[in-house]
Structure formats: structure tokens, C-alpha cells
Design a protein around this ligand. Sequence first.
Ligand code: HGY
Ligand code: MN
Ligand code: MN
Length: 415
Amino acid sequence: MTISESTLRVNDARFREDYERLTLDGATPDGGLNRPALSEAHLAARETFRGMIRQRGLTIREDDAGNLSACHSPSSKTKPVLLLGSHLDSVANGGRFDGTLGIATAFEVIQVLREHYPDIPLEAIDFTDEEGTWVSLLGSRAASGQLTQKDLDHPRGDPEAFQRALEGAGLTSKGILSAARNSKDLHAYLELHIEQGTRLEKSQTDIGIVTGMVGIHMYLVTFGGQANHAGTTPMNERHDAALGASKFCLMVQETITKQFPDCVATVGRMNFSPGAFNIVAGQVTAFMELRTEDSGRAKQLQQALHKVAKHSAKEFDLNVNFQHLESVIERKMDPSIIEALESGALALGLTSRRLPSLAGHDAQSMALLCPSGLIFVPSVGGFSHSSREYTHWNDCVKGANVLLNAAKQLAASLK
Ligand code: HGY
Ligand code: MN
Ligand code: MN
């Protein structure tokens, strides 16, 4: 396959240097990253990014949702912005590629592109709280005008801790809800992300071209029993909320595998109360999320799992509350952007395949504002949200060059 001469290339050394710099704040001894949104380490990473933006002669843009951008802003303000981005926040004890690689790529691409298309507005944006430490895809949902006061009133974490984190970052609920961007100001949005799975690795494909992202639906399922003495309460006289919650987890697994094999459901956390060795759990809250490409399925799944919760509670003479917390709606990527990304890969002599994303991404918010696209680079062993997360640097460069050449096509169409 001949590589067409007109293709551009990222500056590998600069790209690597910038990527490494962005992995320092919140780095963990085992090679991961621990910088949940608005934590000290996350705010430090943003300060590092601000310094890099100034150093490279780009301008800083910050909105009231805390989204932080590097901008190339030509004097003529007539053209819409070509936007690239991802996120610097991580899950607790996460990996050093999820989000951070996407920011380094966006930053590198606009530095190359501004040399060839000086009169096209270019922006590399770091979205606040993509991981949903507080609210899923907070920054990009704010930018696309999807966030509601209810979302902010019911964060995933403790509401007071959320308010303190907002204050620490100089943000307010009112400001966040006013951060929506005007779609006419945006030409397109592109993102590079690690796959966080093994499909590319197993099929030995260089690039994943994402066709769309799943919907993510989050619930708090609370089992109520009777706190009691762990020693003096006979086993057959207990109302042990731990048993109902545990039975629920096992029945979720069985329900999904048997009735909804196209979906996934996870209970990633359980809070026990009072929560001590010597007290029978009076209350247990299970944090559950469901993922499916189809909202209709999500409704059926919710009904089925609500029934399962009631059944589990009844078995141990408990009560149960099944509360929907928030949903991120599934989204398709733009066909013209998919084609631009595919032709970018082809022009570079790289293999690519279309695939759906089972992870949520900021691109699914941005798709509401402008034509959006996302590419994946292979994850070694598919590990993610863990310090084992890894992508070979050569694959990072291949992905960045694909994003660069797709962005070049989009910039050329703006000339
Ligand atoms: O959870 C997700 O799907 C993404 O990593 N935020
Ligand atoms: Mn991510
Ligand atoms: Mn993630």
C-alpha cells in the first residue's frame, strides 16, 4: 500500500515528551494514575497543561464547567472551531493512558495543524470529570447543554463532598449549567482513546473506528434490614441487609447472562451501614450500572433487575429501594467523520475496523453539538481502569497520525 505524500506526521519526540509530562501528576508507584476529577492531583495536572499551553504559544480557554482548552485562535473569527479532546481526570487508581493519551494527541495535532492551516481555529479540550467521579461526562454534557440541576443535586459521590470539590476548583452549579456551547461555533469534534478491550489486539488491527457508544444507566439499590448485635443475635432472627444485597448481585449476573446477553451490568461498590465487624448490616446500598446500545433494552433490563431486587429482599425479609441516579444516552458517531478517519488510516497504510464502544466517552456528548468521531488504539491485554493499562508507543503514534490526517481533511474543508 503506497503511503500518499500529502499525509502529515506528528512530531514523535514532542508528542512523547508532552504525553509523559501529562502522566506525572497523580502517578502511582505501580505505574498507574490516581487523579479523580477535581482532586489535588487532577488540579495539578490541569496546571501542568496550562503551563504547556503557554510554553507552546497557544491560548488558554476555560469555561464555567472547568473544561480547559489549548487554542489556536486566528484573528479572523469567521470560521467554526475544529475541536479535539479527551480528559485528564482518571478513575481512582486508574491507568496512565485512559484520557491522558487523548489529551496529548489533541495537543500535538493542533500544534502540527496550525503550521499548515494558520487561519483555522483549532482547540484541544480537556473535559471535566469524564469518569464520573461526581457526575458522568460532566464537562462534555455541560458543554453540550445536557446537564440538569438534578444531575448536580444527585452526584455519584457525597453531595457535600461534591460541593467542596467544586469550590476547590472555583466552580459553581450555576456556572456549570451555563457552560453550553453553540453548535454553530463548532465544525467537528475528534477524539483518540485507548480501546480498553481486546478486539483490536486479537484481530491485530491498528485502529478502531468507533461507530457509536453504549448508553450507561446508573442506580442505587438499597436493602433495609435491622442493625443488631453480631454475637447475641441468632442467625435465624436476623434481618441482614448484607444477605439481600449479595443475593441481588448474584441474581444480576444470572439475569444478564441468561436473558440479556447483549448487555452488561455491574455492581462496582456497596456501602454497608453501620458497617462494623460486630454489627449485623442494617442497610446496604449497591451502586449498579447497566450498559446497552439500545434505550428500549435498558427499560426492559431495569424492570427485570427491579424485580430481582424485590425477590432478593423478600427472601431475607428486608425492604428495598431501587433508585435511578443518572443516564448517559447511547450515541452514534457521524458517518462523514467515520469515513474521514478511515481514509486517514488508509492514507497511512494502516488497518482499521469499525466497532461499537462499550465504554462511555466525551465524544458521545459532543455528537449532540457537531459531527463527532472517535478512534481507538489497541490496549495490551485489554486492561483499563487499572495500573496494568498499557498501549505500545508505536500504536499511540499510529493513532495520532490517523487523527492528524482526518483533522487535516476537516481543516481543508474549512479553507
Ligand atoms: O466508564 C466508562 O465507560 C469510561 O471509562 N468513563
Ligand atoms: Mn476515558
Ligand atoms: Mn475511563
